[in-house]
Ligand binder design. Structure first.
Ligand SMILES: Nc1ncnc2c1ncn2[C@@H]1O[C@H](COP(=O)(O)OP(=O)(O)OP(=O)(O)O)[C@@H](O)[C@H]1O
Ligand SMILES: [Mg+2]
Length: 406
């Protein structure tokens, strides 16, 4: 089983009537009374593979549940004390903030979720140009409070998760609100060690050094987002490893071992689709490398799941206020259904928030949900996936509910 209440999902395994075969059933809600939507027979090899897969997906067997209950009981002995210590750490930090406010100008923080984050010091016009634009529709959820705190504490943060789950936009929106310039380097493509660290070149007869994106960000105090880090070449990972140490510096060997000391406002972020806990999905992100544990240990790694149905409904409403109010939750439900089908491996492609917003936007322009789904969804997936997604959409009967374009 995994999840609870209405979201509970289960697989049941029993002996099949056929020799050496097993019957597996899948359903939602109560395992005793719930409806079975998958009922099939598999052999032992197949069953073993399924058991592994279910465990990866967070399913826990009845025996596992008993173990967990025992562990929770033991854990609660420390839980009370841990919560007390955390509360006093928080309180001490707040007192520290008050003492510090004498030196800091008033209003120098901005609230992100429940965390007060310092605002950037006035930079040059060039750095101002790199501050992302605020997206007023952006929704900060409880999941991001810990990350905001990590940014304040200058930890290295890696966000992993499926495409379009909001990894990059979260960092950009925090930077937009705190006034920090952002540089991005995408590792899935032509980013070479030269682009990243810097290179010598000849300009007007003189040999000059050109800083790469990493030393620029470190010197100027920009926030650097390394996108798709799991595609980076090994030489880039090696350079990063040194910078990731606490108080890490960059050694420019090519420049006679010049040491680049990070500006206090420099922050380093990475995003990846298939690293760490996402490794099970590497087949979807062709060419992604496995990041080793020693490297991952230098980061705080956060798994970015898609937003919940309610959160996504809210995002749709904020992003597209013209959308008929009843349509937003239906669209969010369709996205959630497609993701569930993807998790069951009925669909080979997932359904991103980006895709959902794009579909809704096009729906508003064309006044036709089916036509809008063409370029925003169907054309991007296989014919089988398109057929299944179409049936999920049909199931929610929205094709005639879209607003009249006239
Ligand atoms: N919390 C949110 N509030 C509002 N919009 C959101 C939110 N999360 C995601 N989005 C929307 O989803 C889009 C895609 O998000 P983003 O580009 O951050 O995804 P990503 O996880 O970085 O994807 P990729 O792995 O493909 O780079 C954003 O441009 C934004 O429109
Ligand atoms: Mg991204």
């Amino acid at each position: 089983m995994r999840g609870s209440g209405d979201a509970r999902e289960w697989w049941r395994v029993s002996l099949s009537e056929r020799a050496n075969m097993f019957r597996i059933e899948h359903g939602h809600g109560d395992a005793a009374t719930g409806e079975v939507d998958i009922d099939t027979v598999v052999d032992l090899d197949n069953l073993e593979a399924k058991l592994l897969k279910w465990r990866r997906e967070g399913f826990v067997s009845d025996a596992g549940r008993e173990d967990e209950a025992r562990a929770a009981e033991v854990g609660s002995r420390f839980g009370v004390e841990l919560r007390r210590v955390a509360a006093s750490v928080r309180a001490a930090r707040e007192v520290g903030d008050e003492a510090g406010s004498e030196v800091r100008p008033v209003g120098a923080t901005v609230r992100i979720g429940t965390v007060d984050m310092p605002v950037a010091q006035e930079g040059s016009p060039a750095s101002q140009a790199l501050v992302p634009r605020i997206n007023n529709a952006y929704l900060f959820t409880a999941r991001t409070d810990d990350i905001a705190m990590d940014i304040v504490e200058n930890r290295r943060v890696m966000l992993i998760g499926h495409t379009g789950s909001g990894k990059t936009s979260f960092i950009e929106q925090v930077a937009a609100r705190t006034g920090h310039g952002v540089l991005r380097a995408n590792m899935n493509g032509q980013t070479t060690i030269g682009d990243f660290v810097g290179f010598w070149t000849v300009k007007g007869g003189e040999t000059v050094w050109v800083d790469g994106v990493l030393p620029i960000a470190m010197r100027e105090g920009y926030w650097l987002i390394i996108d798709e880090l799991d595609f980076a070449e090994p030489s880039i990972l090696a350079v990063l490893t040194a910078v990731l140490e606490p108080n890490g510096r960059l050694l420019l060997k090519e420049r006679g071992n010049e040491i680049v000391i990070p500006h206090p406002e420099f922050r380093l972020f990475a995003t990846a689709n298939a690293a760490g806990a996402m490794s099970a999905y590497r087949h979807l992100y062709q060419g992604a490398n496995l990041l080793n544990e020693a490297f991952l240990d230098r980061w705080r790694v956060y798994l970015f799941d898609y937003l919940s149905k309610d959160e996504e409904t809210e995002v749709l409403r904020r992003t597209l206020p013209q959308l008929p109010p009843a349509l937003a939750p239906t669209l969010a439900t369709i996205a959630a259904d497609c993701r569930a089908a993807f998790a069951r491996e009925d669909l080979a492609s997932t359904f991103s928030t980006r895709r959902l917003i794009d579909w809704a936007e096009l729906m508003l322009r064309t006044g036709d949900a089916e036509r809008a789904a063409g370029p925003s969804i169907y054309a991007k997936v296989s014919a089988e996936d398109a057929a299944l997604i179409r049936s999920i959409i049909r199931h929610h009967a929205i094709f005639d509910a879209a607003p009249d374009a006239s």
